[in-house]
Design a protein around this ligand. Structure first.
Ligand code: HMG
Length: 379
């Protein structure tokens, strides 16, 4: 039986900043951000779009009424959880009206966990093949104003519906993974910004790629030329590009598909767990690959876990894509750097007091905090 991605969609906040304007404000050469890091714009979330509302909007953009009844497992992959105990997916199930006879969990391993979720989903479907699994990767990446990580922030969510006989991509059983205790990037429970050893994290990302890709090729007797495209976890697009060039010796066609796979990420920034899958969406919408094209994917989550795995495109996949999805980019509003700074420093109450947030006119939003509980609203 074949299992894989039947539907995929995303949601990004309606605000963004221009990276050249950010660079100028920080006294940095703008070319460093656009060429050096490969980022043009960065999504900025208002307080009303926390990890749960981002995730709910992404799922709403992706699944149908019928899917709501067929889903029986919801996995929220995030490193922006707002609660140590209650999973965000319990809120999402009720907000969307998903069949309550569902398993609901939130999982974490930095930017890697959505990839683990894909494997869990496949295992679940092997014994429940009339059901569907909803995976949502949702995060807000924060390093702090005027830090070296600032230019690699971002926010957004990707939703994927995993089924038998999928319309878009079949997930291969072949996979190589590698884990090691590495302090390259982390966020202690008491901090709302990440701590990072930036250059060391770049080295670990590439070391884990080399480890998992070489292991994959040896285990399954594969060559670089067996792949029609390579996708990477994209904290910023230049790192994916450097890894491609350094370790794969790519053809012009492979470089071209890589560029197409980073067009959306260049405008959004790092969305942690969803970054690899936003890159997959960018590839599906911007490249013209043949059915059965084999795509190699590299997932990396600091701390650290890496996995190299692959998927094959399904015949007619283009017809299964929602043509309206990328229009989200056209309706975004550009913020001045001053407005972005105010949005960045705005805080939700954490002392049990009552806070009501303004309507933001997005489909789902955080509306109220009362008695340490988060209440969401459908607009
Ligand atoms: P930095 O020290 O400010 O930048 O930090 P740099 O000096 O390394 O410069 C960056 C690039 O710009 C370099 O290119 C420069 O040469 C170039 P490279 O040599 O690497 O090819 N450059 C210029 N180019 C054109 N014109 C100019 C110019 N000036 C310089 N004028 C860093 C950059 C990424 C380290 C920092 O932003 C950071 O710490 N970011 C956060 C950490 C990160 O994203 N790490 C990535 C790997 S770890 C990962 O992916 C996991 C993660 O997603 C978290 C998770 O798993 O949950 C982060």
């Amino acid at each position: 039986m074949k299992f894989g991605i039947d539907k995929i969609g995303f949601y990004i906040p309606k605000y963004y900043i221009d990276m050249r304007e950010l660079a100028t404000m920080r006294g940095i050469d703008p070319d460093k951000f656009t060429y050096g890091l490969g980022q043009d714009e960065m999504s900025v979330p208002p307080l009303t779009q926390d990890m749960i509302s981002l995730a709910t909007n992404a799922a709403y953009n992706t699944i149908s009424e019928q899917d709501l009844n067929d889903i029986d497992l919801v996995i929220l992959a995030t490193e922006t959880g707002s609660d140590f105990s209650k999973s965000g997916s319990t809120s999402i199930v009720s907000l969307l009206g998903i069949n309550p006879k569902s398993r609901c969990i939130e999982i974490k391993q930095a930017c890697y966990s959505a990839t683990a979720a894909l494997q869990f989903a496949k295992n679940h479907l092997q014994s429940n093949d009339d059901k569907k699994v909803l995976i949502i990767a949702s995060d807000i990446s924060r390093y702090g104003l005027d830090t070296s990580g600032e230019a690699t922030q971002g926010a957004g969510a990707v939703a994927m519906l995993i089924t038998k006989d999928p319309s878009l991509l079949v997930l291969s059983d072949k996979s190589s993974y590698f884990s090691e205790d590495v302090w390259d990037f982390w966020r202690p429970n008491y901090s709302d910004t990440a701590i990072v050893d930036g250059h060391y994290s770049n080295e670990q990302y590439q070391r884990f790629f080399n480890q998992t890709f070489e292991d994959y090729k040896e285990k399954y007797d594969r060559q670089n030329s067996d792949f029609d495209a390579f996708l990477f976890h994209i904290p910023y697009t230049k790192l994916g590009r450097k890894t491609l060039i350094n370790y794969i010796n790519p053809s012009k066609e492979i470089i071209n598909t890589f560029n197409q796979s980073t067009l959306f990420n260049r405008k959004v920034g790092n969305i942690y767990t969803g970054s690899l899958y936003l890159s997959l969406i960018s590839l599906l919408y911007n490249a013209d690959l043949d059915a059965n094209a084999r795509i190699g994917l590299y997932s990396y989550g600091s701390g650290a876990v890496g996995e190299f795995f692959s998927m094959k495109l399904v015949e007619g996949y283009q017809d299964a894509l929602d043509p309206n999805l990328p229009h989200q980019f056209d309706t975004r509003e550009k913020l001045t750097i001053k407005d972005y700074e105010s949005m960045f420093t705005a805080e939700l109450v954490s002392d049990g007091s009552h806070m009501i947030l303004p309507d933001d006119n997005e489909t789902f939003q955080l509306k109220e905090i009362k008695g340490h509980r988060r209440y969401y609203q459908k607009n």
